[in-house]
Design a protein. Structure first.
Length: 512
């Protein structure tokens, strides 16, 4: 096996990785910053819109500009990390993200804000795959890898809910601009720490020439796909621009796949996605995120609009979900990952999360937080944390070190596209069900209070209808995990060598 091989679990860690646990602190901090940013700005959006004079029609670009740049450039960012080195890409991503955050915090116009968000997305697309691939190449021992990815998975899953709490505090007690400025200390600490403690293993770079046609086709294809779903949410599925975006994305991504199968040094080597386990993980993870993103949105609106919670109280209401995710990821997933095949964590994990979703289909205007939302959030957190942890680890396990960046980028891409689909699809279902309910019941409401009650009941009915779809989607994610993910057979595992060969070696664990 070559010097670029991933070491067999159980082998001693390379001397260059002596500071890997310190490095994990700074990698996790950077990941938390990126995940926080996905939700923290949502809380601040109403205040920012008013201050900057952004119209209702344009306010979506505060979210969309970030999503398009992040989702569209992820594969390119992952390949740059493989080419330049993950540590360099990581520090550059942090520096650029911090600078873009300052620009957003001092924004005086809507256009300046949109530009800052696009820059945040672009540097996030460099930072996120670099962070995950650093973990992949630094933690090669099975038990250590389980712990490291347990922490990373908990942050990836629970960071969005933490963003709601932090965003609520900053918006309510300081100013919406602090939802941008707060990224700066995160980035500075992570960048300084990374510079001193991260020692990237030698021999893992991919120095092949950059696949320019692949970069262009993948970026345009992913941007068209994400924008298509974003547009569908605001303008409908039959809108001419929406349909043209979907058609363009299919054409561009098909052309991308054809190019990748023919070029000598592809941006995304097809061996990364055609592997049965990784393909199953990317698909099941994307489906799970579809359900999760829609749910965050619905519960935020339910708690604030229907229940009258403040932004801060809403954030704290999500704490049980965070606690469940941390427990599922760092206790259940980490402890069992080296003992049972990954599908026996992912499949049941998605089913437990689906059970939590099932409870939320019973949501009504007068539902109790303690008896309905609390147990549902705990189940959701436990299930997602248990499933995310092995998924994050296995998605980058066994890949050639030179492919670690693009394999990590695919994890983020499946999440980003899943988030765009989930927000658009479930919002559309909820809005349609709400409109139908109000139309059928408004005639019986004589007074204004009764009409307001029907509106609220219609809103909750819409959420419930959409959550039923989310239950089905999580069931499908579980089925895919059970069916496709077959890694971790007792007695042996496959470790990829630097030349792309696979050596079957007996191992005492079944994590990979």
């Amino acid at each position: 096996m070559s010097e670029t091989a991933l070491k067999a679990p159980g082998a001693a860690a390379p001397s260059g990785d002596a500071n890997r646990w310190k490095a994990l602190v700074f990698i996790a901090l950077a990941q938390l910053m990126v995940v926080l940013d996905a939700t923290i700005v949502n809380i601040a959006l109403p205040s920012a819109q008013q201050d900057l004079g952004i119209s209702d029609g344009n306010r979506q670009w505060v979210v969309t500009a970030y999503a398009l740049a992040f989702g569209g450039l992820l594969l390119f960012g992952g390949r740059i990390a493989d080419l330049w080195g993950r540590k360099r890409a990581f520090v550059l991503g942090l520096t650029g993200f911090a600078a873009a955050s300052v620009l957003g915090g001092v924004a005086t116009t809507g256009a300046m804000m949109f530009g800052a968000r696009a820059l945040q997305g672009a540097f996030g697309a460099l930072l996120a795959p670099a962070a995950l691939s650093l973990l992949a190449v630094m933690f090669t021992d099975a038990k250590e890898r389980a712990k490291a990815f347990g922490i990373y998975g908990a942050i990836a899953g629970g960071g969005g809910a933490v963003g709601l709490i932090l965003g609520g505090f900053l918006t309510e007690y300081l100013d919406w601009r602090w939802t941008f400025f707060v990224n700066v200390p995160f980035a500075v600490v992570a960048a300084l720490g990374a510079n001193f403690v991260i020692r990237e293993p030698e021999g893992g770079r991919n120095r092949s020439p950059l696949d320019i046609p692949g970069v262009i086709l993948s970026t345009l294809g992913l941007v068209a796909l994400v924008y298509g779903f974003t547009r569908a949410e605001s303008d409908g599925w039959s809108d001419a621009v929406t349909v043209s975006m979907f058609v363009a994305s299919v054409v561009l991504l098909t052309a991308f796949a054809l190019v990748e199968s023919r070029v000598k040094a592809p941006l995304l080597p097809l061996r990364v996605v055609t592997d049965r386990n990784r393909g199953g993980i990317y698909l099941s993870l994307g489906l799970a995120i579809i359900g999760m993103f829609g749910l965050f949105l619905f519960l935020t609106y339910y708690l604030q609009v229907v229940k009258g919670y403040s932004p801060v109280k809403t954030g704290f209401a999500f704490l049980p979900m965070i606690a469940g995710m941390i427990t599922g990821s760092t206790q259940i997933g980490t402890r069992l990952m080296t003992r049972v095949p990954a599908r026996f964590l992912m499949g049941p994990g998605f089913l437990v999360a689906g059970l939590g979703m099932l409870l939320l289909t019973q949501l009504e205007v007068g539902s109790s937080y303690t008896t309905l939302l609390l147990p549902a959030m705990l189940l959701l957190g436990l299930g997602m944390g248990t499933a995310f942890m092995p998924a994050m680890s296995l998605a980058t396990s066994g890949v050639e070190p030179r492919d670690a960046g693009v394999a990590s980028a695919m994890v983020n891409t499946s999440q980003q596209v899943g988030g765009a689909i989930g927000t658009a699809l479930l919002n559309t279902i909820a809005a349609s069900a709400t409109t139908s309910y109000v139309k059928d019941h408004i005639a019986g409401a004589a007074s204004k209070p009764q009409q307001q009650l029907v509106q609220l009941q219609g809103m909750v009915h819409g959420y419930s209808a959409a959550i039923w779809f989310a239950v089905g989607i999580l069931g499908l994610a579980s089925l895919i995990a059970f069916t496709f993910v077959n890694a971790g057979r007792p007695g042996a595992t496959t470790v990829a060598s630097g030349e792309g060969a696979a050596d079957e070696v007996p191992l005492p664990v079944v994590a990979h």
